[in-house]
Design a protein around this ligand. Structure first.
Ligand code: NAP
Length: 414
């Protein structure tokens, strides 16, 4: 593993600007974590696509300097640590990284390497774009109407891990305290979990979602919550979201209520509409009226459910890209696991990692590269060249290996 400072002779450092954007040199250093199980297979395939797309988009004038960092089984085998401090430091220094899936060590004292990465680097926004790629078998009639980007809060909610088993001294103490001091009754054999949601964490997530919608030209940001039932947590998320939009983006946004009250039902040109939907209704809307939704911002649990449901809707659960982004570091990642039974067989679908890379290029402002990759990947699938997972759901395909699929994408860039 390399640990030296990022230096210009080996490639330039990406730097952070005060407004949260990044400045990217011609030869930026990007951290790569190959991951466990199928991680090395999909990384080998994906990096060829990334390098080819950059070379093609900029005629060889730009190039990524990949810098490998260790995590997971490879790190444990080589240096006896699952997530070395050196890797975290490299991510902090280089600002942007991309990773394959990591095994969750069993009994290693670490709950999940992914959760640890998010916590330690404060990667508070889980971003999952969901759109349809032509040719992919999908379970709904009009999958092409889905083009949504989920911003899921990554650090709070029932995922904060503050919970105690039924009958434990902590649960019993809390139950007694709540009865004595707050006059609320909880059954004595109850397990207890805490759902903290703060203004600061909710608003930084919504801020990022609105900035993204403005930058990418999306028309609306929908706050998805369950505030009708959980008024002081989910309801507050909704309230804080609207407040932030009003305080920081009043010239660029308009609420859905204002669209009807002041603008006769037509949003003023160029303004992003801020609306909200109750989570269960949002699941219906996603199926019945997907074209009406663009960027969705939501607390952790809603985001977990909805992002997978949306990905399934376009048939792309195994191809869904994602990223975990904070104010200082962004890590793009395949959203599936390590699929250990396929490890080393050059067989699985590398699309999730490849599309996460496309998302990373958008983040760097190298939109041409992201577009080249997405277009070529779609053309490859449309030509019937697919890996086993898609081949088994389609007829008349040419089933290829992981590396062959990547090579076909590169051919389609031509
Ligand atoms: P998984 O690794 O995602 O695999 C489940 C199944 O999904 C595979 O058997 C395969 O289905 C399909 N699949 C996954 N990736 C695929 C790909 N690239 N191409 C084609 N098919 C693919 O889930 P898991 O078995 O529950 O988890 C295994 C390990 O991964 C665990 O240690 C878990 O903690 C870890 N994990 C890591 C991450 C992460 O790093 N972000 C995320 C989730 C899980 P078929 O068998 O039907 O072909």
């Amino acid at each position: 593993m390399m640990s030296e400072e990022v230096s210009s002779d080996r490639g330039g450092a990406i730097t952070l600007n005060s407004d949260g954007t990044v400045t990217v040199p011609e030869n930026p250093v990007i951290v790569s974590i190959q991951g466990d199980g199928i991680g090395p297979d999909i990384w080998r395939a994906a990096v060829k696509v990334f390098d080819a797309a950059v070379a093609r988009a900029y005629d060889g004038q730009r190039q990524i300097q990949w810098r490998e960092a260790l995590a997971g089984e490879k790190a444990f085998a080589e240096i006896g640590q699952w997530l070395p401090e050196e890797t975290l430091e490299m991510l902090r220094q280089c600002v942007v990284g991309i990773k394959g899936p990591l095994t969750t060590p069993v009994g290693g004292g670490i709950r999940s390497l992914n959760v640890t990465l998010r916590q330690v680097l404060d990667l508070y926004a889980c971003v999952r774009p969901v759109r349809y790629y032509k040719g992919v078998p999908a379970p709904v009639r009009f999958p092409e109407q889905v083009d949504m980007v989920v911003f899921r809060e990554n650090t709070e909610d029932v995922y904060a891990g503050i919970e105690w088993p039924a009958g434990s001294p902590e649960a019993n103490r809390l139950t007694s305290y709540i009865k004595e001091h707050l006059n609320r009754e909880i059954r004595p054999d109850s397990a207890i979990g805490i759902k903290p949601m703060s203004r600061v964490a909710s608003q930084r997530l919504v801020r990022r979602a609105i900035r993204y919608a403005l930058k990418q030209g999306y028309q609306s940001v929908t706050l998805v919550h369950k505030g009708n039932i959980m008024k002081y947590t989910e309801g507050a998320f909704r309230q804080w979201g609207y407040e932030l939009a009003g305080e920081e983006f009043s010239a660029q946004t308009v609420t859905e209520a204002e669209v009807y009250e002041k603008f006769g039902g037509e949003p003023p040109h160029g303004r992003v509409v801020i609306k909200d939907r109750i989570a269960d209704m949002m699941f219906q809307q996603a199926l019945l009226r997907p074209a009406e939704y663009d960027v969705l911002a939501m607390p952790n649990l809603n985001g977990d459910y909805l992002s997978d449901a949306l990905a399934a809707q376009v048939g792309g659960l195994g191809m869904a890209p994602g990223a975990n982004i904070g104010d200082r570091v962004a890590v793009f990642e395949a959203t599936h696991g390590t699929a250990p039974k396929y490890a080393g067989q050059d067989r699985v679908n590398p699309s999730s990692l490849i599309l996460s890379g496309a998302m990373m290029f958008d983040y760097l402002g190298w939109r041409e590269v992201g577009d080249l990759i997405r277009t070529a990947l779609e053309a490859t699938i449309l030509a019937g060249v697919v890996t086993y997972d898609l081949a088994r759901q389609m007829s008349g395909t040419n089933e290829v290996k992981c590396s062959e699929f990547a090579a076909a994408i590169n051919e389609h860039m031509g």
